[in-house]
Design a binder for this molecule. Structure first.
Ligand SMILES: [Ca+2]
Ligand SMILES: [Ca+2]
Ligand SMILES: [Ca+2]
Length: 144
């Protein structure tokens, strides 16, 4: 009798895990960043993976495919998302445009990957692991 009850309990916990697992995952934006970039699945993000991810973003932003991000392309990229926390295109242009020609080449854009690594790789081992990412932002408390 007892054994059977225990078995049912385990089944119930298993079912609950299956139901709630997706919610647990979506509550951790920092970890999903890591999972998205960690293309070789070793649990850490290295410079190559950051560069690869930036390359994908570059291709998406470079709508006329001339190999450069113009001011217009950067402006267009941030229009659809009104609440985007991404930095404004003009600031990105100032930061990334190393040769000051008013547009961001693919190399200039990928060079930012090094800055991302430097900023996030706190123990300097060349890999960004989950414990080096900022903790997930707490949800906005609901106003009374
Ligand atoms: Ca990896
Ligand atoms: Ca372009
Ligand atoms: Ca440039």
């Amino acid at each position: 009798m007892k054994g059977r009850a225990g078995c049912q309990g385990a089944l119930r916990i298993g079912a609950a895990l299956i139901v709630f697992w997706p919610l647990v995952g979506s509550a951790q934006p920092a970890n999903s960043w890591l999972e998205r970039l960690d293309t070789n699945g070793d649990g850490a993000v290295d410079l190559g993976e950051v560069r690869h991810a930036r390359g994908v973003v570059f291709d998406r932003l470079d709508t006329d495919h001339d190999g450069f991000l113009s001011r217009d392309e950067l402006a267009a990229a941030r229009k659809p998302r009104r609440n985007a926390t991404a930095q404004p295109g003009s600031r990105l242009l100032v930061r990334a445009d190393a040769d000051k020609d008013g547009r961001i080449s693919r190399d200039e854009f990928l060079a930012l990957a090094g800055q991302t690594m430097k900023r996030r790789d706190r123990n300097g081992d060349g890999r960004i692991t989950a414990d080096e990412l900022p903790p997930p932002r707490p949800r906005q408390p609901s106003r009374p």
